[in-house]
Write a protein that binds this ligand. Sequence first.
Ligand SMILES: NC(=O)c1ccc[n+]([C@@H]2O[C@H](COP(=O)([O-])OP(=O)(O)OC[C@H]3O[C@@H](n4cnc5c(N)ncnc54)[C@H](O)[C@@H]3O)[C@@H](O)[C@H]2O)c1
Length: 349
Amino acid sequence: MDKVKVGIIGLGFMGTTHYDIYKHLENVEVVAVADADPDKRRGDISKVFANIGGGDNSTPLDFSNIRVFESGMELINAPEVDVVDICVPTPGHKELLIAALNKGKHVFCEKPLCRNLEELKEIEAVVKNARGYFNVGMCVRAWPEYYHARELYTSGAAGKVHSCVFRRLSPNLDGKAWDNWFMDDKRSGGALLDLHLHDADLVCYFFGMPKTVSTFGVRGVCSKNGFDHVVTRYDFANNTLVMAEGGWAAAGSVPFEMNFQIICEKATICLNAGGYKVHWNDGQVEAPVLNADELPTGWHRELNYFIDCVANGITPDKYQTPQQIFESFKVIMAEMESAENNGQPVEVK
Ligand SMILES: NC(=O)c1ccc[n+]([C@@H]2O[C@H](COP(=O)([O-])OP(=O)(O)OC[C@H]3O[C@@H](n4cnc5c(N)ncnc54)[C@H](O)[C@@H]3O)[C@@H](O)[C@H]2O)c1
């Protein structure tokens, strides 16, 4: 079978992460890249910064056998590209993904899909009529521990959920990304949109759409005016307490962490510094083996799945549908409104 041909736009942390993952998948080849930065176009990725681990960025990438563009639009127009993978900062997503879908390409776009509800509306209309497949990097849905925990809960094995907390805390990213765009609330949406979206999306993945959200935040700690640390309570009008916390205000030397604790009727499911464990109420503690070597992260799993779907003509729906991506975006926008109003509950529409 022919390999799926991918073009990546944006060679920062996510673009280079995707580039590396594609190199290790059998049925895909990167045939083009585009970046506004001339250093990146030469393959020099030494300035790329990763908040979660990260590979060796001192070795330049070899682009001698692929096409290299300055503009994403040129890459979209390249006939050899089947899949356009968009990894530029958030304000660039809408224009590129709409152009690529209108050109009949398959599109994988990094999260957050866009910056506000007006942009979302335009995107929804185009995605609805697109011939190509469309997916967004809500990678934590595919992260092995989160995926396993959700299966445990939705299968009924762990029983009803009493309470759940998801947490995602990053060191301060000031001065780290291209043009320091994360610290500009207008472009990134602050930690609330850029980082905490993952957990808002997980809440929807695990429990469906909340009725209301109440978000408290502190702004302007490290960014210009964004919410740099937030805590949200998601109200489902039942007896379950669901919370999420996210922030990027910690000192630069603090390691990144993402964790959760889900207290269910029959077990407590935890991801923390002690690893991923299921603590059954009868005293047994399980540490499930999640086949982590083959596809160790949600990034590997989501891209591997999307490429398989393109290769085999299957509409991607394993981790999420476009509709679910739009819905969790509406939840995070409700959280933004609530945070602006000191935690006042906001209905999710
Ligand atoms: N899924 C995840 O876990 C995850 C993690 C980090 C970032 N992200 C998302 O990925 C996207 C990119 O973030 P990043 O951390 O890689 O940023 P980054 O700052 O590391 O890299 C951005 C890259 O885009 C290039 N660029 C900027 N504008 C461009 C344009 N108009 N055309 C072509 N190239 C352009 C820059 O030169 C740079 O190489 C963001 O939407 C971010 O929210 C997702």
